[in-house]
Design a protein around this ligand. Structure first.
Ligand SMILES: [Fe+2]
Length: 245
C-alpha cells in the first residue's frame, strides 16, 4: 500500500514537472510573440513617420523660408489642442495634419513661393490651390484619422472670410481652427521672402483683436496663456526663430 502511494506521488510529481515545463515554454513563446508584434508596430510607425518627413523636406526644398515651419506649427497646434482638452487621439490627428499642412505647396510654381513682391490677385488664387492639392496628396494615405479635411480647412476663418469654401463658425472643424491659428502665428513671428518678422507682442495684439472674429476666442486665449506659462513651448519658439534668422 505504502509502495502504491509512493508510486502515485512519484507519478504526480512527474506530471507536475511536465506541466511546469509546458507553462514555462508557453510563457516564453508568448513573450517572443509580444516582442515580435511590438517590433512590427514600431517599424510601421517609423516607416510612416519617415515618409511624412520626406514629404516635408520636399516642400522645404522648394521654399527655404518654410524650413522648420511645419514642425513648429505641429508642436504649437498640439500644445494648444492639449490645453483645450482634446483627447490624445485628436492631438495625434492635429500633429500629423500640422506636419503636412502645406504639403500642397509641392504643386505650386517655385517662383510664386519665393516671390518678393506683393502677390497679385492671380498669384493669390494660384497659391490658395495648395489646400486642394495638399488634401488630394494625403487622401490615398490610410491614416487612422481624417487628415485630409484638416489640410483642406486650415485657411478657413470663423467669420467666413477664409478659403477655399468660405466656411463659417460651426462648419469648420475645431482641429482645423487650432491649426489655422498655429500656422498664422508661426508664419508671422519669422521673416518671409517678402517681409521682415513681426514682433511677438504685435502678433499677440493682432490675435487678441481677431479673437472671436476670424480666430476662435478660446484658442487665442489658450495661445496667449501658453506663451507666458509654458517653458517648453517658449524654448521651441525661440529655437525655431534662431534657425530662421
Ligand atoms: Fe497653408
Amino acid at each position: 500500500m505504502c509502495e502504491e502511494l509512493q508510486n502515485k506521488v512519484d507519478a504526480l510529481q512527474e506530471e507536475n514537472a511536465r506541466l511546469k515545463g509546458e507553462v514555462h515554454a508557453l510563457r516564453e513563446a508568448l513573450h517572443r510573440e509580444g516582442e515580435a508584434l511590438a517590433t512590427g508596430e514600431i517599424r510601421l510607425k517609423l516607416a510612416y513617420l519617415s515618409t511624412i518627413q520626406a514629404l516635408v523636406r520636399a516642400i522645404e526644398a522648394r521654399d527655404p523660408y518654410t524650413v522648420g515651419h511645419s514642425t513648429m506649427v505641429s508642436i504649437l497646434a498640439v500644445t494648444l489642442a492639449r490645453k483645450l482638452g482634446l483627447s490624445e487621439d485628436e492631438c495625434e490627428r492635429v500633429r500629423i495634419a500640422g506636419t503636412l499642412l502645406d504639403v500642397g505647396k509641392i504643386g505650386i510654381a517655385g517662383d510664386l513661393l519665393t516671390k518678393r513682391e506683393d502677390l497679385s490677385d492671380k498669384d493669390l488664387l494660384a497659391m490658395r490651390e495648395h489646400v486642394h492639392i495638399g488634401a488630394q496628396i494625403v487622401e490615398p494615405i490610410i491614416y487612422p484619422w481624417d487628415v485630409s479635411t484638416l489640410i483642406f480647412q486650415h485657411h478657413e476663418r470663423l467669420d467666413g472670410s477664409g478659403y477655399p469654401e468660405g466656411l463659417a463658425n460651426g462648419e469648420i472643424q475645431r482641429e482645423a481652427m487650432i491649426l489655422g491659428l498655429a500656422d498664422s502665428f508661426v508664419a508671422m513671428i519669422v521673416r518671409r521672402a517678402y517681409r521682415e518678422a513681426h514682433k511677438e507682442a504685435e502678433v499677440v495684439a493682432f490675435f487678441r483683436n481677431e479673437a472671436g472674429k476670424t480666430y476662435d476666442k478660446e484658442s487665442v486665449d489658450a495661445l496667449v496663456e501658453l506663451l507666458h506659462t509654458d517653458p517648453d513651448l517658449r524654448r521651441e519658439i525661440d529655437r525655431f526663430k534662431l534657425t530662421i534668422d
